[in-house]
Design a protein around this ligand. Structure first.
Ligand code: COA
Length: 403
């Protein structure tokens, strides 16, 4: 992977170890064991966006029957009104390639992959790029249908050409989509990499891992999928235009020091294998339910997100006043208000659809952007300051010029 216009650094105490610095940057040292990468303009354009959500709805009123909670409490403390959940018995239409190469349309149970396929098809249709011209598919998810990865099967289902397209999953929790587009851009940026078009998905079904006994966390999450098509522009601008589109600046961080604040650990049941002698105890696989320290995550987000946005804006050479839209990971409306306030961005510029989807983890940014583009709120040439944050702990920002 090339970091043509950025740098990748392990920050340890006061020492910065740069692995492949090409251009110096303004990384801020915050704490030991923090990883960071940041950089300026990349010659890649976001040209298509799509999304999908499950058909089953759970409202706050529904949750009043499950917990000692209220619609009023949830709306006031989070901004969420309802969320969509995968119940796995709904059906969706999916077109598969058969063994002889012909396309077969079949009804399949709704799952994370079917949502991803629908979102990907919408994004491709908007971009005008054929699936067979996609070189790279990244699926950002922490809750795949298949632990080994959903990206290859999604790529196959939408008709990507397996002789030229590489597909893999990326796990960075709620920062996953942001990290995914920055990763894809490393392959598309500049001349000579060969990759021309990438599809980045953010798809999550965290209610699979939510503790439904915990009223603190179960009210927050919902499922969804979003997808973006990114095109290498070879140069920063279209030949006939002075405008610069694409990723103008970015920054990514993680700090495992906060890992305990939001986690979903492996927990297997012991199982004896009768090998010769005493035998060996292995573990059948599953994961524990998610645990979260809400207050700590809240203060982490409101502390780090304004800083990382500032860092990405500096990398982009863009002032706060030039930002047309602020698009944050849709976790809590109070986090969005605090971040906007700290940056001096009015709430009218904040894109949100949190109230109807809840926190959809890696899907939340493309799910909200898709709606904003399709309703005409985001127009070609608009500058969108995006930030993701979540478990890891991880957080990042990218400044996009849409179109
Ligand atoms: N309904 C009613 N009361 C609830 C409740 C619910 N669903 N969940 C918690 N409470 C109660 C608490 O038990 C507490 O009661 P107490 O004062 O009697 O002890 C009270 O409400 C206040 O709890 P507190 O934790 O201070 O609430 P809060 O204002 O911090 O809101 C969160 C809780 C979880 C909504 C908030 O901390 C948050 O959004 N954190 C970030 C979480 C997040 O975004 N995670 C994903 C990141 S990707």
């Amino acid at each position: 992977m090339k970091f043509l216009l950025g740098s990748f650094a392990l920050l340890s105490g006061t020492t910065t170890t740069a692995f492949s610095p090409v251009q110096s940057n303004t990384n801020v040292i915050r704490s030991p064991s923090q990883l960071a990468a940041s950089g300026g303009k990349m010659s890649v354009r976001p040209i298509g966006i799509g999304s999908a959500a499950p058909s089953t709805l759970i409202t706050n009123i529904d949750l009043e029957s499950v917990h000692d909670t209220s619609d009023e409490w949830i709306q006031t403390r989070t901004g969420i009104s309802e969320r969509r959940v995968l119940v796995h018995d709904g059906t969706r239409s999916v077109i598969h390639a058969s063994a002889d190469g012909t396309k077969v349309d079949s009804e399949v149970n709704e799952n994370l992959r079917t949502l991803g396929i629908e979102a990907a098809k919408d994004a491709l249709a908007m971009s005008g790029i054929s699936a067979s011209d996609i070189d790279l598919v990244i699926c950002a998810t922490s809750s795949p249908d298949d632990l080994f990865g959903d990206a290859p099967s999604i790529a196959h289902a939408i008709g990507c050409d397996s002789s030229k397209c590489a597909a893999f999953d990326l796990t960075a929790a709620c920062s996953g989509f942001l990290f995914g587009i920055i990763t894809a851009a490393q392959f598309l940026n500049g001349q000579g990499n060969g990759a021309k078009n990438a599809l980045v998905l953010g798809a999550d079904a965290l209610t699979r891992w939510v503790d439904w006994e915990d009223r603190n966390s179960c009210i927050l999450f919902g499922e969804g999928a979003g997808a973006m098509v990114l095109k290498s522009s070879g140069d920063f601008a279209e030949p006939d235009s002075d405008e610069e589109y694409g990723i103008l600046g970015y920054a990514m961080h993680s700090n495992g020091g906060g890992y305990m604040d939001l986690k979903c650990n492996y927990r297997g049941e012991p199982k004896k294998i009768s090998t010769p002698g005493e035998g060996i105890v292995v573990h059948d696989g599953s994961y524990d339910m998610m645990t979260m320290n809400g207050r700590k995550v809240y203060s982490f987000a409101t502390r780090e997100v304004p800083t990382v946005l500032d860092e990405a804006l500096k990398q982009a050479g863009i002032s706060v006043e030039e930002v047309d839209h602020l698009l944050l990971h849709q976790a809590n409306i109070r986090i969005m208000e605090t971040v906007a306030n700290r940056l001096g961005i009015p709430m009218e510029k904040v894109i949100t659809n949190l109230y109807k989807y809840g926190n959809t983890s890696a899907a939340s940014i493309p799910l909200a952007l898709d709606e904003a583009v399709r309703t005409g709120r985001v127009k070609k040439g608009d500058v969108i300051a995006c930030a993701g944050f979540g478990a890891g702990l991880s957080w990042g920002a990218a400044i996009l010029k849409w179109g």
